[in-house]
Ligand binder design. Structure first.
Ligand SMILES: [Zn+2]
Length: 315
């Protein structure tokens, strides 16, 4: 916990002598998140660098003039650190356009200082108790890992579900805690505040998607997102092609819902709920056709038909 606090100080307390020394001699003008552990690192510095991955999603930047924020590695964009959301290797003009659209909403704010917040705490400052509770919650949620990280998972889909379950996606309700002027209405229904539970479950738009997908994959309708997660966490622990399909469909729906939400905000591009269902069906079908062998673990015919996977149940 003490080490976490030291990392927080590196980002928040430019005035302290220790922080100034670390920046001058160890960080040397680079992004903290890119530092590797030097062979001659002291015990303390080694401990700090070992926690980089764990802390990365906990420190968020609210851009002012942007002079203290690293574009690829810091968490300032709605989608999280850009290196994780877009990836350096697959840089495409389309990604840059999406990033740029968001930048237009934020800049210029000349003379305004960048802010940094500690996400597990209610008011953005490091608090031991609240951080401890956040980490504990994270531990108990590990039960959902098998729903997200499985061998046939589509990594970019799983990444969004993972951030959603850990409540680390920057929803409007979340942003409003730090920037009260933000209008937090959900862009999918224009009706309710955009929280994780609303966006991925309660929203009238998302509900239509779930209703269709539930019928297609044989998932019962539940009355809460937690209830749905609970059912899936238990059900999908057993290995079968149908359970893999359920997991793939759920993760794909999470991903395409979040993508649709971002497109509406940044590109003013709207898709109907049945188009999202089609995208989910397409991704799941392609993935399953890529690894399933006929009769290896057949799907019930009614489900196979819904997903265009009749070949998988044939001899
Ligand atoms: Zn909504």
């Amino acid at each position: 916990m003490c080490i976490l606090k030291h990392i927080w100080l590196l980002f928040s307390k430019a005035g302290s002598i220790w922080v100034a020394w670390v920046h001058e001699y160890l960080i040397k003008g680079r992004s903290f998140w890119t530092l590797s552990i030097p062979a001659d690192a002291s015990w303390g510095w080694r401990k700090i660098l070992k926690l980089q991955y764990m802390v990365k999603g906990l420190i968020q930047h609210i851009p002012g003039d942007g002079t203290n924020i690293y574009i690829w590695h810091d968490y300032w964009h709605l989608s999280g650190p850009l290196i994780d959301a877009y990836g350096m290797a697959s840089n495409k003009i389309s990604s840059i356009v999406q990033i740029q659209m968001h930048l237009f909403d934020m800049f210029p704010k000349e003379g305004e200082k960048d802010m940094v917040i500690w996400r597990p705490s209610n008011f953005g400052n490091f608090k031991v108790g609240q951080t401890w509770n956040w980490l504990k919650r994270k531990k108990t949620r590990k039960v959902w890992h098998r729903l997200i990280w499985f061998s046939q998972a589509i990594p970019k889909h799983s990444f969004i579900s993972w951030l959603a379950i850990l409540n680390r996606l920057s929803t409007k309700a979340q942003q409003r805690k730090w920037t009260p002027s933000i209008v937090d209405t959900c862009v999918l229904c224009n009706n309710e505040p955009e929280t994780i539970e609303h966006l991925f479950f309660k929203c009238s738009y998302t509900q239509k998607i779930w209703k269709t997908l539930s019928a297609m994959a044989g998932i019962p309708l539940t009355n809460s997102w937690q209830g749905l997660l609970h059912w899936m966490g238990k059900k999908v622990s057993r290995k079968s092609l149908q359970n893999t399909l359920v997991k793939l469909a759920w993760n794909a729906a999470m991903y395409h819902t979040w993508r649709e939400r971002n497109k509406r905000i940044h590109q003013k591009h709207f898709k109907a709920d049945d188009e999202i269902v089609y995208e989910v069906q397409f991704d799941v079908r392609c993935k399953i056709l890529g690894f399933a062998r006929p009769k290896s673990s057949p799907l019930p015919m009614d489900i196979a038909k819904q997903w265009g996977l009749e070949d998988v149940v044939k001899e």
